[in-house]
Write a protein that binds this ligand. Structure first.
Ligand SMILES: Cc1cc2nc3c(=O)[nH]c(=O)nc-3n(C[C@H](O)[C@H](O)[C@H](O)COP(=O)(O)OP(=O)(O)OC[C@H]3O[C@@H](n4cnc5c(N)ncnc54)[C@H](O)[C@@H]3O)c2cc1C
Ligand code: SF4
Length: 500
């Protein structure tokens, strides 16, 4: 809040809000004048998921409708064209979330760039923390620092409950009777959504391409919808979030996840507000510490860590390729062709991306990312694929999640080991393998699980690069004892990048 200008609409600079800066915390006062721009050329540059395009346009147009005559809302081909229409009036803008957008706003006379909002740690605090680590950046250390600094889940100087990390309690396989939580509330579409759908149909007929299937809007486009989802999550779903955080069920894409990444990344909710509500649930006894700590860790830990690493690691990080993964992402994967895939886990997860533009963290990391890592697909292509295919995908959140966490292309700059695993992991954490034509225990032969065989082939291919990793010591020793390794190697070479 800027106290000197609060409430004095006529003296306030007009705030240009990007389409991921839509909540009230991106304004200094409720009546601050606003500029909103809908640029069509963004959709010409790359083929986004149809439901992602819908969500972003719907959120922008809903915000414009809410603000009424407080906002100038311009629908143009490019940002530059829109800015020319308001030239002469000074603007300010909160730090945008991509390098390209930052360069653009910095290069415009009359536009003042303010510090970023919508995250919990400031750039200064992050850089001070990271510079003090002498090259050893670990999320757990950052998270503990953030807990203290933000005074979240702290009892004085000590972590609430006496421990920082309850991950060990939070790795349970899925319950056989299904998740003990009500389904999340879904938004109800209105005439703005109708208009968006008609425009997207028209754009498609003009040649603009999308991926995935259209469907009812599943993610909040307004602050009201976002708060309804947050309140419902904290009250009904948060208690089960922790224990089943890593589990997957074929018939339940949502599990007890919050489904808040899209509204958070649109800027509709302040992450610290979500954290405070979750902490209040713990303090009142409504949710166990394991779940609340797990959720808080995602928000002030992982989300901010990933955001700051995007800037801290610099522009070249996105092209990192420490494992020399050079194979192009195959067409069936790019086109979200789930029907071409027989491996039940991968087919179901790819269908989830095709039909909803969203799957939760473990399918992203251990089904999609794991498969790409094992096969040696190009990390930069995957960054682009994830960015385009997910409703919550933005460049800042893709880069470290895909290049670092999922593909280990930075050779451990942000994680301690690659997230590679065989079918045994997927079998333990899901109900997929029971109905699959492959056998998770088998690495050779017609029913050899592509993940199990792919895991050994991956370690074998990267022996030299991964040899020094202490956390892979046991797996490497096991690899050395596999007598049919040459046959597994040949089998996986033959399987190649065909849909498994
Ligand atoms: C390969 C890969 C790609 C990913 N792509 C995206 C993406 O495009 N957009 C995105 O927001 N998240 C991404 N994530 C992180 C995470 O998977 C999603 O934030 C989460 O699955 C969204 O579902 P949810 O809101 O129900 O999350 P929950 O499980 O309920 O978690 C709560 C919140 O924590 C935050 N969060 C948790 N982990 C991360 C993380 N690693 N990075 C950033 N935020 C995190 C999200 O805001 C999320 O809403 C990716 C992870 C991987 C491994
Ligand atoms: S057997 Fe392998 S391919 Fe089939 S569902 Fe299990 S992990 Fe996936």
């Amino acid at each position: 809040m800027n106290p000197s200008s609060e409430g004095h609409n006529d003296r306030m600079i007009r705030r240009w809000l990007f389409a991921d800066q839509l909540g009230p915390h991106f304004l200094d006062a409720p009546r601050q004048p606003v500029l909103l721009i809908e640029s069509k050329s963004v959709f010409r540059r790359r083929a986004f998921h149809r439901q992602k395009a819908h969500l972003v346009l719907s959120a922008l147009r809903h915000r414009a409708a809410e603000l009424g005559d407080q906002a100038i809302f311009l629908r143009t081909d490019t940002y530059g064209e829109a800015l020319r229409k308001v030239s002469g009036e000074p603007l300010d803008v909160c730090h945008p979330t991509s390098r390209r957008a930052r360069e653009f706003v910095r290069g415009h006379d009359g536009v003042t760039v303010l510090p970023p909002r919508g995250f919990t740690t400031s750039p200064g605090d992050f850089v001070a923390w990271a510079d003090g680590r002498h090259g050893r950046l670990r999320m757990e250390d950052f998270y503990r620092d953030a807990r203290r600094r933000l005074d979240v889940l702290m009892d004085g100087d000590a972590p609430a409950g006496g421990t920082w990390n309850l991950d060990a309690e939070n790795r349970q396989p899925p319950p056989s009777s299904g998740m003990p939580v009500p389904a999340p509330p879904m938004p109800v579409e209105d005439e703005i959504d109708e208009g968006v759908r008609a425009d997207l149909d028209r754009w498609e007929s003009e040649g603009i391409e999308f991926v995935g299937r259209d469907g009812p809007r599943l993610f909040p486009a307004t602050r009201r919808e976002a708060l309804a989802r947050l309140r419902h999550f904290v009250e009904h779903r948060l208690p089960a979030f922790g224990p089943y955080e890593d589990a997957m069920l074929a018939g339940d894409p949502w599990m007890a996840h919050s489904l808040l990444s899209a509204p958070l990344n649109l800027g509709l909710i302040d992450p610290l507000d979500a954290v405070h509500r979750a902490e209040a649930a713990y303090r009142s006894g409504a949710a166990p510490l394991s779940s609340v700590e797990g959720f808080v860790r995602q928000l002030i830990g992982w989300r901010d860590y990933i955001w700051h690493l995007y800037w801290y690691f610099g522009a070249d990080y996105g092209a990192a390729d420490g494992l020399r993964a050079t194979r192009p992402v195959p067409s069936w994967f790019r086109a979200l062709d789930a029907d071409a895939v027989e491996a039940r886990c991968l087919s179901d997860v790819l269908a989830g991306v095709r039909d909803r533009g969203w799957v939760h963290h473990i399918p992203r990391l251990m089904v999609l990312g794991n498969y790409a890592l094992q096969r040696g697909w190009r990390p930069a292509d995957l960054v682009d694929w994830f960015h385009r295919s997910f409703v919550d995908g933005y460049e800042w959140v893709m880069t470290a999640n895909v290049v670092g966490m999922s593909q280990y292309a930075d050779l451990g700059a942000m994680t301690t080991k690659p997230y590679a695993a065989g079918g045994a992991y997927i079998n333990r954490m899901s109900d997929y393998c029971r109905g699959c034509r492959y056998d998770p225990r088998s690495r050779l032969g017609l029913n050899a699980c592509p993940y199990t065989a792919g895991y050994w082939a991956f370690l074998d291919r990267n022996r030299g690069r991964l040899r020094g990793n202490a956390r892979l010591g046991q797996a490497m020793r096991q690899l050395d004892r596999i007598d049919d390794l040459p046959a597994v190697r040949a089998q996986e070479r033959d399987r190649g990048d065909e849909a498994p």
